[in-house]
Design a protein around this ligand. Structure first.
Ligand SMILES: Cc1ncc(COP(=O)(O)O)c(C=O)c1O
Length: 387
């Protein structure tokens, strides 16, 4: 491997949420933090060098996103996902969350129903339910073969709902939705006039053996009925640079959302986000291949460890994302007791499952984007308390 993902970097005292808010969040500053979805790996050297190069220029004034920037994203989507996106379909947002939150406002009215598929990333709940919009749950089915969508319920709900926020791939359950699954969802949406916002921030973190399908790439109807969000931030560890992309082929959807973004004075972003995204999208393929192999190694390590040592923890291996979604229900603990044991006895900082929806009660989400040694230490701590 050209890149070394085993290096342990001391992130403490860098204002980073994952390490520096441990006491506030877990009541214990010593937890091994494997929660917030950023990585403990170095942002790739070629990205850092490009940012440093720009930082050497002594003026950090207002900037705009130029053609090479959008071309780099366009080229990335073409070569990684075989998705042909025209330059004019793309626009900047200062994050995927702020992007979809603004898009919900732009595309719905107070009183409109907005669907989400829980358990799902907490900001989906907030974005779907704020400013008078009505949050409606279309929970995933936790089947013997893993998580699947509840199409029967969706058929019913789509009759009145205006919009669905799709998580493609899905955080926290790690599903990389297949073309068939997305097609079935998309057809229900078309039949009922329900627009799709597809959050594809994890689309480049699809693990070996799986393939991401951009929702809007499936057919022309889906392209016309959707808005996608993409970013380099999760993949290349750039979340602090607050830079992402909205993509809409449909000019009416695009105009509504872009107008809203402008009305919030949110269309500029920061100069380093531009440089980093453009560089990552241009030069990042080899690094990403090695990252995904390493993350898969972490997933395999945890899976084997749990099977052999903690068989009461249930889980499905993720197909995408660097997260694992662990089910502790067989321990028969209340969620508060599980949390106490995890944070105070095992000293592990995982995400609390119920933050993703009530279906996540007594689950924990573990972030495996960290050096193998930390993963091993986490498993040792887990075994001591839950073994
Ligand atoms: C599904 C999903 N969307 C969006 C985000 C965050 O996006 P941003 O930092 O661009 O707002 C995350 C981060 O974990 C995520 O998991």
């Amino acid at each position: 491997m050209k890149y070394n993902f085993d290096i342990i970097i001391d992130r403490a005292n860098t204002n980073c949420i994952k390490y520096d808010l441990r006491k506030a969040v877990f009541g214990n500053p010593n937890v091994l933090p494997m929660w917030v979805a950023d990585m403990d790996f170095e942002t790739p050297d070629f990205v850092r060098n490009a940012v440093i190069q720009r930082a050497m220029h002594p003026v950090y004034g207002y900037h705009f996103k130029d053609e090479p920037y959008f071309k780099a994203i366009q080229s990335w989507l073409r070569r990684r996902h075989q998705w042909e996106v025209e330059m004019e379909w793309m626009f900047f947002t200062p994050g995927v969350v702020s992007g979809f939150a603004m898009a919900v406002q732009a595309l719905t009215e107070p009183g409109d129903e907005v669907l989400i598929q829980s358990p799902v990333y907490p900001p989906f709940h907030q974005a779907a339910g704020q400013y008078g919009r009505k949050l409606v749950y279309n929970p995933l089915i936790y089947s013997d073969n893993g998580y699947v969508m509840d199409y029967d319920l969706l058929e019913q709900q789509a009759k009145t709902a205006k919009l669905i926020i799709l998580c493609n791939p899905h955080n926290p359950v790690g599903r990389c939705w297949s073309r068939e699954e997305l097609t079935r969802l998309g057809e229900i949406c078309i039949k009922n006039g329900m627009t799709v916002i597809s959050d594809e921030i994890h689309c480049d973190l699809v693990l070996p053996g799986h393939k991401h399908t951009p929702f809007a790439s499936i057919n022309e109807d889906f392209a016309q009925n959707s808005l996608t969000f993409h970013a380099a931030s999760k993949t290349f560890n750039l979340a602090g640079l607050a830079t992402s992309t909205g993509i809409a082929k449909n000019p009416v959807i695009r105009k509504k959302v872009m107008d809203y973004v402008h009305s919030m004075e949110s269309e500029l972003g920061n100069i380093f986000g531009k440089v980093a995204t453009e560089t990552a999208m241009t030069c990042g393929d080899e690094w990403l291949g090695q990252l995904l192999d390493y993350v898969q190694g972490n997933v395999d390590y945890v899976s084997d460890f749990l099977h052999h040592n903690l068989p009461k923890v249930n889980f499905f291996k993720p197909e995408a994302t660097y997260m694992m979604w662990l089910d502790f229900n067989d321990y028969g603990l209340s969620e508060d007791e599980l949390w106490r044991k995890m944070t105070q006895e095992a000293e592990l900082g995982f995400n609390r499952g119920s933050d993703f929806g009530k279906e996540g009660t007594c689950f924990l989400r573990v972030n495996l984007a960290c050096p193998r040694e930390n993963v091993k230490e986490a498993m040792r701590r887990l075994q001591k308390v839950f073994g």
